[in-house]
Write a protein that binds this ligand. Structure first.
Ligand SMILES: [Fe+2]
Length: 420
């Protein structure tokens, strides 16, 4: 579990529990309103029809995201901690529970796009009902209960931020299935990568602490902090670019089995991959005219920006093609803490070569919230950094994202490493 939310609040001269709680109420109220408003800001670009579509089992409708994050506050904050709270609609927990088995039965994930009712207005009403109740709880919770309430509130806010990113990745996947190439936001622009010399820099070798250092919020999967042995390795300052990926394509990267893991090659065959996700040759061009679906619609692939929407299999194959490796997550973290990485955050989640496993001594929390991360620690790969869709202030150097190896609807890219 994360550290106490109270300890994340700025220090004050307050000394009694009541004074500490009162000092925190305003901070949490502002944080709650800010995060909730950001979800609505992102959804405001979408029509009602956009908000119900589910283009694949891994992606969820925007309306579902808006309701699910609201259910999270109702289920884990209001029901256990506000004796006067009344559930907005008794049917909603079944519809909007995602994967919390201990919280009760739930609607099948692949069928979320079939839920045309409740409609968008009713979901907005659900959000308003929970917003009012949470704000009341923040203002009125007794001081003795405040630390636990604010701790769960903080989890809920970080959870909602994760869904803010998914709201964008999921609608982009849906729009990419539409032959009219819909535009999410005509004003959206691809973030430009850092300038400066490319190449590789040596990571400090030896034993280094990895994991969250205890300052501010973290998810439980970033703990415990522990020692890792870093070998002699160099890591790329920059992310792999579209120009480099075009070279990979042009030299037969997608048609050379020896570059691929067995499962990766099977995915290439089964899915017909010839380029990163959302890339297409416009107007039937035979070569050199790659376009890609972005949040601003279909755009020419810019060779100077980092490659996006590649799977772990593709990242691994590219590394082999380049005669390099992917960094381990510990190598990435030590390099990032040393300030060696350009664009560590804000453009692309970066595949590592590390399986998503518990850190030594990790224990999931008791109860349903213990299902948040721990039960997914098998068969997935860690990505580090953050992406262009990650809300401001959400990620950090110890953050561990994770997806299955074939996934490429996230804003996922890579940087390389080489052993010395
Ligand atoms: Fe969730």
């Amino acid at each position: 579990m994360p550290r106490s939310a109270i300890s994340s609040a700025p220090r004050t001269a307050a000394s009694t529990p009541a004074a500490v709680a009162d000092a925190a109420r305003g901070i949490w109220l502002r944080a709650f309103r800010r995060v909730r408003a950001e979800t609505e800001r992102r959804a405001a670009h979408l029509t009602a029809e956009d908000q119900i579509v589910q283009s694949m089992a891994d992606a969820s409708p925007a309306k579902w995201h808006r309701a699910h994050v609201t259910w999270f506050f109702e289920q884990f904050l209001l029901v256990p901690h506000d004796p006067g709270y009344r559930i907005f609609d008794e049917r909603f927990p079944f519809l909007f529970n995602s994967y919390y088995v201990a919280a009760g039965p739930r609607h099948a994930r692949p069928n979320r796009g079939l839920i045309t009712r409740p409609n968008g207005e009713e979901v907005a009403g659900f959000r308003a009902h929970v917003d009012a109740a949470v704000e009341r709880l923040i203002e009125q919770v007794p001081a003795a209960d405040a630390p636990r309430v604010f701790e769960i509130l903080e989890i809920g806010l970080n959870h909602e931020q994760q869904h803010q990113e998914l709201l964008l990745t999921d609608i982009l996947h849906a729009f990419a299935q539409n032959p009219t190439d819909p535009v999410y936001d005509a004003g959206w622009q691809m973030p430009q990568p850092a300038k400066g010399p490319r190449g590789f820099v040596e990571v400090p070798s030896g034993i280094h602490p990895v994991g969250h250092n205890g300052e501010g919020y973290c998810f439980d999967n970033e703990l415990p902090r522990h020692d890792e042995l870093i070998p002699r390795v160099r890591i790329a300052r920059h992310l792999v670019s579209n120009a480099e990926w075009l070279e990979f394509i042009a030299t037969g990267g997608y048609t050379t089995p020896s570059l691929w893991l067995s499962d990766g090659w099977a995915a290439v065959q089964a899915e017909g991959w010839q380029a990163p996700g959302y890339w297409r040759l416009k107007d039937g061009a035979k070569d050199g005219n790659w376009h890609a679906m972005t949040l601003a619609g279909l755009k020419p692939v810019d060779p100077s920006t980092p490659v996006l929407h590649v799977s772990y299999y593709e990242a691994d194959a590219f590394a082999r093609f380049a005669g390099k490796h992917l960094p381990s997550e510990a190598e990435w973290e030590v390099a990032a803490r040393a300030g060696l990485l350009a664009d560590a955050f804000g453009i692309a989640w970066q595949w590592t070569r590390s399986a998503y496993l518990p850190y030594p001594g990790y224990r999931a929390a008791d109860g349903a919230l213990g299902e948040y991360n721990g039960k997914f620690m098998v068969s997935q790969i860690v990505l580090r950094g953050s992406s262009l869709a990650t809300p401001d202030g959400h990620a950090r150097v110890s953050y561990r994202n994770f997806f299955y190896p074939p996934a490429r609807w996230q804003f996922s890219g890579l940087r390389l490493a080489e052993f010395i």
